[in-house]
Design a protein around this ligand. Structure first.
Ligand code: BTX
Length: 325
């Protein structure tokens, strides 16, 4: 309800302070009994509320869920995540987000699911989402940019997530061009950027984000056990997924504003600070060829530059990268 959202907003603005029933009732223009009813509802939704007589209410704990309430409580963005579509079970959050795009959902809308049955990777590959332990999220953007620069949004997303993971866990992840986030060489996050529009103009972009948060090794199917990791495996402790989403949205909003105002260059510098492929011998497999050589950098547009043994520099727009040594 609208009132509950306002209550959540007040607790978010006041961080860990007690808010009295009177204060809430004055602010929202409803009775203290009504406030008490809403606080009970929040409790039933899994938010731990402490109520102290004559003092007020305080949020003392949250469980690891990702409902709209969980994500809004503590969200400090202006636009991103202000519209949340939460579903218990979906085939793919990307499908729901593309439907929302056609129904004029505003920029910053997110779709989140607890359970994703047919997660999509690039090139029709599958993305495995472990029930209740991962983040499956799609984010709707409506930038006015040309399709040529759209791939930069994938790199921007990688920077925002890397920076959020670093803030929440203390781990410094690596980015493997263009769309993988790795920790200790294993994949912790995948990004899928899908665009709608025509050849001259983008109408919308749906960014799919899959993050392995609370899985343990035995949660992964055999074929992923050597290539996938999770924040929990790396850090030895679980994390609240809603909290991570809040920080990702805040980081995203910050970098997206910079990007729209100043272009890709400032993002590129940050991207390079997380990059793992640069300077290494790699093999890039594109739809039409294989390029082997040294990754020497990315262009101001975001394409990867590979210098082959003959000294020829190749510009790669899209490829899968593997390390040669
Ligand atoms: P990608 O094509 O770069 O990576 C897919 C490959 O990654 C798979 O072929 C498999 O080898 C490996 N893989 C699959 N699941 C996992 C996992 N959980 N952890 C590590 N490695 C894995 C990456 O595509 C883009 C993934 C985007 C997923 C999000 S989730 C929310 C949104 N909805 C949706 O359907 N897709 C996106």
């Amino acid at each position: 309800s609208k009132v509950k959202e306002q209550i959540i907003q007040l607790f978010t603005e006041n961080h860990d302070r007690y808010l009295s029933g009177q204060y809430l009732s004055d602010k929202l223009g409803i009775s203290r009994t009504a406030i008490w009813k809403y606080m009970k509802e929040l409790q039933e939704e899994g938010i731990e509320v402490e109520a102290v007589r004559k003092v007020g209410y305080k949020i003392i704990g949250k469980s690891d869920r990702m409902t709209s309430t969980d994500i809004q409580l503590g969200l400090e963005t202006k636009k991103f995540g202000r519209q949340i579509v939460y579903q218990e079970e979906v085939n793919s959050t990307q499908i729901i987000a593309s439907e929302l795009v056609m129904n004029d959902a505003p920029e910053g809308t997110i779709v989140v699911a607890e359970r994703q049955l047919k997660g999509r990777g690039r090139l029709q590959r599958n993305w495995v989402t472990s029930d209740g332990k991962a983040i499956a999220m799609s984010l709707i953007l409506r930038p006015s940019i040309s399709p040529r620069v759209a791939p930069q949004l994938t790199l921007l997303t990688a920077v925002a997530i890397a920076s959020a993971i670093e803030k929440v866990t203390g781990i410094h992840p690596n980015i493997k061009w263009p769309n993988d986030l790795l920790i200790n060489k294993k994949k912790v996050c995948g990004i899928l950027t899908e665009m709608q529009g025509d050849a001259d103009c983008i109408k919308s972009v749906v960014i799919g984000i899959g993050i392995n948060v609370n899985q343990v090794e035995s949660d992964y199917p055999l074929e992923l056990s050597d290539i996938a990791t999770s924040l929990r495996i790396e850090k030895g402790q679980p994390f609240l997924r809603a909290k991570l989403i809040q920080v990702i949205l805040a980081e995203f909003e910050k970098y997206y504003e910079i990007f729209l105002e100043k272009g890709f260059k400032p993002i590129k510098i940050l991207w390079e600070s997380y990059a793992i492929s640069l300077g290494k011998q790699i093999k890039a497999t594109t739809l039409t060829e294989e390029v082997i050589g040294q990754a020497i950098g990315i262009t101001d547009e975001g394409q990867l530059l590979i210098e082959d043994p003959a000294g020829i520099v190749h510009t790669i727009y899209s490829a899968d990268i593997s390390f040669n040594k």
